[in-house]
Structure formats: C-alpha cells, structure tokens
Ligand binder design. Structure first.
Ligand SMILES: [Zn+2]
Length: 117
C-alpha cells in the first residue's frame, strides 16, 4: 500500500493492564520509490525486554517517549532516556529492555526497503 499524508494518533497510555508489554502497528506501506516503511509503538513493563537479541537486514529507529530504555548493540549496553533516539544499523545484534520501575513507551520505525520481511 502506498503511504499517503496522514496524522496518526497512537494510544498514549502506558497502562499495561497487568500485561508485561503491549504494542501495535501504526502503519506499513511504501513510499514514492517503492521503499517499504513500517512504524509501530511498544510499551514495556519494568524489567521487561522487547525480545532476545536479534538482527535483521533492515535498519531500525526507535524514539523513547516515556520512561527509559537500556539498549544493547553488539555486546554494548547504554541508557536511552525520554527523548533519546536509537538507531540500529543493518545486521547488528540488538534489543531493548526497560531498566526502570515505570513503563517505557517508544516508537519504532523500520526501514524495510525492497525486502518487506
Ligand atoms: Zn530489531
């Protein structure tokens, strides 16, 4: 689907209703050149990791909206506070974890390109 101009209004709530994490896709589509882009939002509970470290061909960008994330890339960890932006380059092992005691909310933009997987 070709992306069109749009204002998206994701749920801003960090209430996990007893779950360890929640999230959802905001959009997925292609730009003018056929390049695929995906955006989603995730909320992680205290101490929760997004998933075990993984890697993929596409580059990935995260924007921290609430709370704090601990980012892991290729064996190194770093704290990313509210307002910070994390870029994961192609094929680097990475994951995020919430090291705090309140929920962490962040946006993810995946530059999927021609291989939409
Ligand atoms: Zn990833």
């Amino acid at each position: 689907m070709r992306l069109d101009s749009e204002v998206y209004r994701p749920d801003q709530s960090t209430d996990l209703h007893g779950q360890s994490k929640k999230g959802g896709r905001i959009f997925f589509g292609t730009d003018h050149s056929g390049f695929a882009l995906e955006m989603h939002q995730t909320v992680l509970g205290p101490g929760v990791a997004s998933h075990p470290p993984h890697k993929h061909v596409h580059d990935e960008l995260m924007v921290v909206l609430d709370g704090t994330l601990e980012t892991y890339v290729e064996g190194k960890t770093e704290i990313a506070e509210k307002g910070a932006i994390i870029l994961y380059a192609s094929n680097q092992m990475h994951r995020v974890r919430n090291p705090g005691n309140v929920p962490a909310r962040y946006y993810v933009i995946e530059f999927r390109g021609q291989s939409a997987s």
